[in-house]
Design a protein around this ligand. Structure first.
Ligand SMILES: [Zn+2]
Ligand SMILES: [Zn+2]
Length: 235
């Protein structure tokens, strides 16, 4: 599915680059031929907004969905489309711990992505888990497939470990964590690995939600550079 899309992007970019140079540029002097770099700029695709689909699962709230939507739009410059809500897939239910297996949700999610979309993310308020090292069922906040297409984000654990703060501060902290968690998992689907820069959204959570509280809410320059190299520059 990505191949025809890339081809399309390339064609529109060529058309967009070609038109202004012939129309606006002055006549080239015959004595100085165009430098070889000129060819390179023509081949470079123009940054174009891509589309992420959000798949709400179960009883996730409208406000949370909306917050994730605007966060991804702001941080990555993507279009975000919210799909009609669905039940958690039965295939992902892990009865012994009464929670949902994240990798099974990803398996179920990927084929649901629409034709015009580039990535898909499931949102749930229920607890999710996966296998981590020796631990078969390890509770997590989110899981993503490196390089895409799918990711899953759970709000269950980011409500915990808030410390002694006012309800207003709680709400603010929760929304910051949700923003950073969703952006972090989404970043993995764009092939971004964990980042050593302090405060970067892609910093390793080290298994605790408290890491999100040190986030700047932004991608560092290193990650922005990697995004551009991976073909996902900020538009
Ligand atoms: Zn990560
Ligand atoms: Zn970074």
């Amino acid at each position: 599915m990505t191949r025809p899309l890339h081809a399309m992007v390339m064609i529109t970019a060529l058309a967009a680059c070609g038109a202004p140079s012939s129309a606006a540029a002055p006549e080239p002097e015959p004595a100085s031929p165009a430098p070889p770099e000129a060819k390179k700029t023509i081949e470079k695709p123009e940054p174009e907004a891509r589309t992420l689909e959000i798949q709400p699962l179960g009883d996730i709230g409208e406000k949370d969905i909306e917050h994730v939507r605007t966060s991804i739009e702001t941080i990555f410059g993507w279009n975000v489309v919210v799909l009609e809500g669905a039940k958690h897939p039965k295939s992902a239910w892990y009865k012994p711990r009464k929670r949902w297996r994240a990798e099974k949700i990803l398996d179920w999610l990927a084929p649901r992505m629409g034709e015009g979309a580039d990535r898909i993310m499931a949102l749930t308020k229920r607890d999710i888990s996966t296998t981590k090292g020796e631990v078969y069922d390890w509770g997590i906040c989110g899981l993503a497939e490196m390089g895409g297409p799918s990711s899953v984000v759970s709000t269950y654990r980011i409500k915990k470990k808030m410390g002694k703060i006012t309800p207003k501060e709680r709400k603010k902290k929760y929304l910051q964590r949700l923003r950073d968690l969703a952006a972090h998992e989404f970043g993995h689907t764009l092939d971004l690995p964990h980042c050593p820069t302090a405060g970067c959204i892609m910093a390793d959570a080290q298994g605790t939600v408290l890491t999100f509280d040190e986030s700047s809410g932004k991608l560092c320059d290193l990650c922005l550079e990697m995004l551009a190299e991976a073909g996902f520059p900020m538009p």
